[in-house]
Write a protein that binds this ligand. Structure first.
Ligand SMILES: *Cc1c(COP(=O)(O)O)cnc(C)c1O
Length: 395
C-alpha cells in the first residue's frame, strides 16, 4: 500500500484540502464494500443505501440551517458553482449581466471568463473591486445592481486570505431588486456558523474535501422556490436536480463530516483561532519586512496570509518542504513566469510583497507544538533566501 508518511508532515494547507476525518472514513467504508446497492433501486438492498443518502442530506441541511429538500449533492465545489450560475442564466435568458468580485476562486473566475462561449450569448460581467485589506466596497455593489442582472455570485470567505464578505446583507440587496444570489461558501462552511433559514441566499456551494470529507463530492443548496435548471440532465436522482448515480460513500462521508463540523465549530473558533494568531503574531514579530494580507478580524479563524518581502513564495515553500511543513504560496508557476495571485493583485499588494506571500491554513488537527516548530524554522529560511536576493541588498 502507498505510504505518504502523513504523521511526519506538519499540515498547514487546509484551504487546499483537508485530511478525511477517521470518523468519516468509518462512515464511508460499508458503502465501498458490502452496501453497494443503487439508491434508486426498488429492492431493500438498494433502498437502505437510499436511506443513508437521505440521512446525509439531513446532516448537511442541519449544519447550514437549510431544509433537506434544499440540498443537492454534486461532484465538487466547482460543479456546484457552475450549476448555480448557469441555472440562473437559463432561468432568465433575457438577463445578461452578472456581478461577481475580482477575488473569486478560479471555479467562478474562469466560468465568468467563458460565459459567452458556454451560453452562446453575450454577457456583461461586473467584477467588484476590493480594498487593500481584501474587504468589499458595498457602495460600488449597490451601483452595479442593474435591471438586467441575472445573478450575483460572491464568495462567503476568500480561500487565499480568509477574508469574510457580508453576503447576508448583499443577498438582501439583490433580493430587493429581484436578482438571484449565489455564494461560494466552500471555505466558510464548518469554520463559521451559517444559518440560511432567514437569509436571502438562493444558492450556496460546498465542497466535501475542504471540510474533512472525501474529494469528489460537493453540495449545491438551492433555496425552496428559487427557479432551477439542472446542469447535468439524466436520471431522476436528486429529485431531478442532478442526473448521475450518487457517489454514495462520499455523500455519506460528507454527511458525517457536517455533523462533526457542527461539533467542532467551537474549537475551530477558539483553539484553532488561537493557534493561527500565535503563528501570525510570531511570524510578524520575528521576520523583518513581513506583513499580513487581509483584514485582521473579518476573517476565517484558520487562515493567515503573510508576505515576506523580497523573496519568492515558491522558494520559501521548497525550503519549508525540507522540514515537511506544508503551506501554499500566492504565486503560481505558470509556464516559467511567476504570476502573483489575482487576489493579492486585486488588493494592490506591492509586487515585491505579493511574490513572497505564504498562506498557512490550519485545522483542528494542528497542535501548538507544530506552530512553535514553524515559528522556529521560518525566520532562518527567510533570512537565508534574502541573502541570495538581489533586491534585498538594496534595502
Ligand atoms: C476549493 C474551492 C473550490 C473548488 O472546490 P472543488 O471541490 O475542489 O471543486 C471552490 N471555491 C473555493 C472558495 C474553494 O476554496
Amino acid at each position: 500500500m502507498m505510504n505518504c508518511d502523513a504523521d511526519k508532515v506538519i499540515y498547514m494547507d487546509n484551504n487546499a484540502t483537508t485530511r478525511v476525518a477517521p470518523e468519516v472514513v468509518d462512515a464511508m467504508m460499508p458503502f465501498l464494500t458490502e452496501c453497494y446497492g443503487n439508491p434508486s433501486s426498488m429492492h431493500n438492498f438498494g433502498g437502505q443505501v437510499g436511506s443513508a443518502v437521505q440521512k446525509a442530506r439531513g446532516q448537511v441541511a442541519e449544519l447550514i440551517g437549510a431544509e433537506p429538500t434544499e440540498i443537492t449533492f454534486t461532484s465538487c465545489g466547482t460543479e456546484s458553482d457552475s450549476t448555480a450560475i448557469l441555472s440562473a442564466l437559463q432561468a432568465f435568458p433575457e438577463k445578461r449581466h452578472i456581478i461577481t468580485t475580482r477575488v473569486e476562486h478560479p471555479a467562478i473566475k474562469h466560468l465568468c471568463e467563458n460565459l459567452d462561449r458556454l451560453t452562446g450569448h453575450k454577457h456583461r460581467v461586473t467584477r467588484l473591486q476590493v480594498e487593500s485589506d481584501g474587504t468589499l466596497d458595498l457602495a460600488s455593489y449597490e451601483e452595479a445592481l442593474a435591471e438586467d442582472t441575472a445573478i450575483v455570485s460572491v464568495m462567503w470567505a476568500n480561500n487565499e486570505t480568509g477574508v469574510i464578505f457580508p453576503v447576508e446583507k448583499m443577498a438582501t440587496m439583490a433580493k430587493e431588486r429581484g436578482i438571484l444570489f449565489h455564494t461560494d461558501a466552500v471555505q466558510a462552511v464548518g469554520k463559521i456558523p451559517i444559518n440560511l433559514k432567514d437569509l436571502d441566499i438562493d444558492f450556496l456551494s460546498i465542497s466535501g474535501h475542504k471540510l474533512h470529507a472525501a474529494k469528489g463530492v460537493g453540495v449545491l443548496y438551492v433555496k425552496r422556490g428559487t427557479p432551477f435548471v439542472p446542469f447535468l440532465a439524466g436520471g431522476h436522482q436528486e429529485g431531478g436536480r442532478r442526473g448521475g448515480t450518487e457517489n454514495v460513500a462520499s455523500i455519506v462521508g460528507l454527511g458525517k463530516a457536517c455533523e462533526l463540523a457542527g461539533k467542532m465549530m467551537e474549537e475551530e473558533n477558539t483553539r484553532v483561532r488561537a493557534l493561527r494568531d500565535r503563528l501570525e503574531e510570531g511570524l510578524l514579530a520575528t521576520v523583518p519586512k513581513s506583513m499580513l494580507n487581509g483584514h485582521k478580524t473579518d476573517r476565517l479563524p484558520n487562515t493567515t496570509n503573510i508576505s515576506f518581502e523580497f523573496v519568492e513564495g515558491e522558494a520559501i515553500l521548497l525550503h519549508m518542504n525540507m522540514y515537511n511543513i506544508c503551506a501554499s504560496s500566492g504565486s503560481a508557476c505558470t509556464s516559467g513566469s511567476l504570476e502573483p495571485s489575482h487576489v493579492l493583485r486585486a488588493m494592490g499588494v506591492p509586487f515585491t510583497a505579493a511574490h513572497g506571500s505564504i498562506r498557512y491554513s490550519l485545522s483542528v488537527y494542528n497542535t501548538e507544538a507544530e506552530v512553535d516548530f514553524v515559528l522556529e524554522k521560518m525566520p532562518p529560511i527567510i533570512a537565508e533566501l534574502r541573502e541570495l536576493s538581489p533586491f534585498w541588498e538594496a534595502e
